[in-house]
Design a protein around this ligand. Structure first.
Ligand code: ADP
Ligand code: ZN
Ligand code: ZN
Length: 700
């Protein structure tokens, strides 16, 4: 609390200050003119001049420790930009509090990078240049020809029209016409003069949706917001949204923070996708913030998925069925038209003929190879899914046992045959493959295991004459490469497409009639409790790539090569029974006290040594043990190394904090924050590099 009475010349400004500075709220400055909260200003901070957001004006502030006589003056005001609205500030404030990051970091992080760098003069010039784009009159909306709705779409839209304040979970099979429902609901909002925010998990998926939205809403102003735009494009699109000029905003997770004066609807497509969670810095979930924002701004929100996250599923499950009953569930089980989902064939690898010792099994079993061959003969396409890129995950010397480890990480370096490199997928360290074993000189070092690159090569050998294509992060690094490869598939120039999870998402393949997952078992025994959920979603989504045309749907197949054919995950998949799978998982989660039955947070530490990381975490536990005790219902687990414990020579450890009650966990984290900050300051010289709290962590 400030010791000084509020004065009109005093403004509280949030600025981006490093986490360790301990500055959590706003700083006070003096200003000649009266400023509206939400105005952007340039202020002195130490020896720098930085951009900040006026948080409060003429009132005392959260920090308020600065004496009146020391008050520094606001240097300039970024005129011409309408103040960021109250709702925006409220969202940022909530995110800052919930994810336990400073207000300044949150507020500045979610603004377009250019906006943070410009001074008033540059800003004025930029605005002038953008003026035309920003004020151009939109073309008249045009009537698009609409398909007749299916019965289940009609039903879903009828429920969406009901007034209410619960979020909607649109649970529809791939190809059930969810997008059509989004578009119809968007039309309603647009007709009322409102803006629509549509979110997708990945940049790769924005062009597709953009094309579809542009076709439907010709004449409307549509902008996209994602990290693939140039800074100038991003600023322009953001301004179009903020000024209220843009009608539809399509974006990835960062778009959830876009100020929208006429917001009327939020859509979160593929709501289960982990990409909605930011994985570094302020680790926010855009899906969860979308739900918060919708309630805050009193607009409907639709979360859509064929395989909802268990959190959303549980929220949408009626209380009578053991759920939370917080969301309205809209089910669309059937695909549009006659297109059934492909028949699932679980291929039991344990029944394959035994191989001589030391001989590697072929990438696809005989029956599967025959099935693919048949598809090729019929002029149809197959998709072979392997969620591991590169040629082989490790190189090995059978003489001395050397393996291609990364010198900087506790991980193997992956062999990439195209450029004969060993690459670390964690730190990026890359070297040419050695001619001989670096330890013993043996020239016979060989790949172990299989990635997409090798699978492509082996399939080409096994299927002479077939045209094999590949899509993964390695071959689509360059701009336009993904589009090119997809175009080849669509043009029928590929018989068998090898790919990672990248191809499983969203793409509308018309001639693929067979999808095969060749190595899906690893997820069954992973230590991460969400691995099964993710795998189920991936397999179901992959299956959704097959038989998208009614005339091929009838004989489409999804193959699963497994050593565990009776595993309940595959059993549920065979019946496309997500509800059954979710019920299995929920039962396990409830027994283990895991989300959605409990709330988790992870305290993560990075240090020069593993001992330093663990020592900090141990001290952190000790320092707040009494708080946990007082609040009750808080469990602090012992610190452990992260699954990959060393990356780029930095050692990482973490400790899990669990509570059956979200508010208790939140209170605990809020109170612990200051204690941990002080502790980290004290530990500066012990080798601790950084630490952070991850609320609702996605990977453990
Ligand atoms: P989802 O988003 O659930 O995967 P889409 O909305 O992409 O499904 O619909 C799948 C396909 O069916 C698309 O080609 C779409 O144009 C078409 N479609 C959707 N709704 C209808 C409808 N009511 N009548 C005819 N075709 C439709
Ligand atoms: Zn060797
Ligand atoms: Zn590495």
């Amino acid at each position: 609390m400030s010791a000084f009475p509020p004065s009109p010349s005093r403004v509280a400004v949030v600025v981006e200050a490093p986490q360790h500075s301990g500055l959590w709220g706003a700083l006070d400055y003096s200003c000649e003119q009266a400023l509206t909260p939400g105005t952007l200003v340039r202020v002195p901070l130490g020896r720098r001049v930085v951009t900040g957001v006026v948080w409060q004006a003429g009132a005392d502030t959260a920090e308020g420790e600065v004496g009146e006589h020391e008050l520094k003056a606001v240097i300039e005001v970024l005129d011409g930009l309408p103040p960021l609205p109250e709702a925006w500030r409220q969202l940022v404030k909530f995110a800052s509090a919930y994810y336990h990051r400073s207000l300044g970091e949150m507020a500045l992080m979610v603004l377009p990078p250019e906006l943070r760098q410009l001074d008033a003069l540059q800003w004025g010039r930029r605005l002038k240049r953008l003026d035309k784009a920003l004020s151009a009159a939109p073309a008249a909306p045009q009537e698009a020809a609409l398909p007749a709705l299916t019965e289940q779409q009609t039903q879903a839209l009828a429920e969406l029209a009901q007034p209410g304040d619960k979020p909607f979970l649109l649970w529809g099979s791939t190809g059930s016409g969810k997008t059509e429902v989004y578009l119809r609901q968007a039309q309603r909002a647009l007709d009322e003069g409102r803006q629509v925010l549509m979110m997708v998990p990945e940049i790769n998926l924005t062009p597709q949706l953009e094309a579809r939205v542009a076709e439907r809403f010709a004449g409307r102003r549509i902008v996209s917001l994602h990290s693939g735009l140039t800074p100038a494009q991003r600023l322009r699109n953001w301004l179009m949204a903020h000024y209220g000029h843009a009608d539809l905003i399509l974006g990835t997770r960062l778009s959830v923070f876009t100020p929208l004066p006429r917001l009327g609807l939020i859509v979160v497509d593929e709501e289960h996708d982990p990409s909605y969670k930011q994985q570094d810095g302020a680790r926010y979930s855009a899906r969860d913030l979308a739900v918060y924002r919708a309630r805050l701004e009193k607009v409907p929100v639709i979360l859509g998925s064929a395989t909802p996250s268990l959190e959303s599923w549980y929220n949408a499950l009626p209380e009578s069925e053991g759920g939370a009953g917080r969301y309205v569930r809209l089910a669309m089980p059937a695909r549009v038209g006659d297109g059934d989902m492909p028949r699932v064939r679980v291929l039991d690898l344990s029944r394959a003929p035994k191989l001589p010792r030391g001989q590697e099994p072929p990438p696809v079993a005989r029956e599967l190879l025959a099935a693919i061959t048949q598809r090729i003969e019929q002029g149809e396409q197959s998709l072979v899914l392997l969620n591991r890129r590169g040629y082989a995950p490790v190189l090995h010397c059978s003489d001395c046992g050397w393996k291609s480890g990364c010198p900087h990480c506790s991980a193997w370096r992956v062999f990439h045959k195209v450029d004969r490199t060993l690459r670390c997928h964690h730190c990026g360290f890359t070297e040419r493959v050695p001619r001989a074993c670096p330890d013993c000189g043996n020239t016979d070092i060989h790949p172990v295991g299989r990635g997409t690159e090798r699978l492509e090569e082996q399939l080409a050998e096994a299927l002479p004459g077939a045209r094999i294509g590949r899509i993964d992060a390695d071959v689509t690094k360059h701009k336009g490469a993904l589009e090119e490869r997809l175009a080849d598939v669509h043009a029928g120039e590929v018989d068998v497409l090898v790919g990672t999870q990248m191809v499983a998402k969203g793409h509308d393949f018309r001639r693929i009639t067979l999808v095969a997952a060749v190595n899906p078992d690893s997820a069954l025994f992973a230590s991460d409790f969400r691995a099964a959920e993710r795998q189920f979603a991936l397999l179901l989504q992959a299956a959704g790539r097959a038989g998208r045309d009614a005339d091929v749907a009838g004989h489409s197949e999804m193959w699963v090569q497994t050593w565990h054919p009776t595993h309940p995950l595959y059993q549920a998949l065979s019946r496309y029974d997500y509800a059954d799978f979710a019920a299995q998982q929920l039962k396990e989660r409830e027994m283990a006290g895991l989300p959605p039955y409990a709330s988790l947070a992870m305290l993560r530490a990075e240090a020069k040594t593993q001992e330093a990381a663990v020592a900090f975490l141990n001290a952190a536990v000790e320092a707040v043990a009494h708080l946990a005790e007082e609040l009750g219902g808080i469990t602090l687990y012992p610190p452990v190394p992260t699954p990959v414990q060393r990356v780029a020579n930095v050692e990482r450890a973490q400790l899990m904090i669990e509570s059956p009650l979200r508010p208790a966990l939140q209170r605990f984290l809020s109170q612990s924050q200051a204690v941990w900050l002080a502790l980290a300051q004290k530990n500066r010289r012990s080798g601790l590099i950084r630490w952070a709290v991850d609320v609702d962590p996605l990977s453990i």
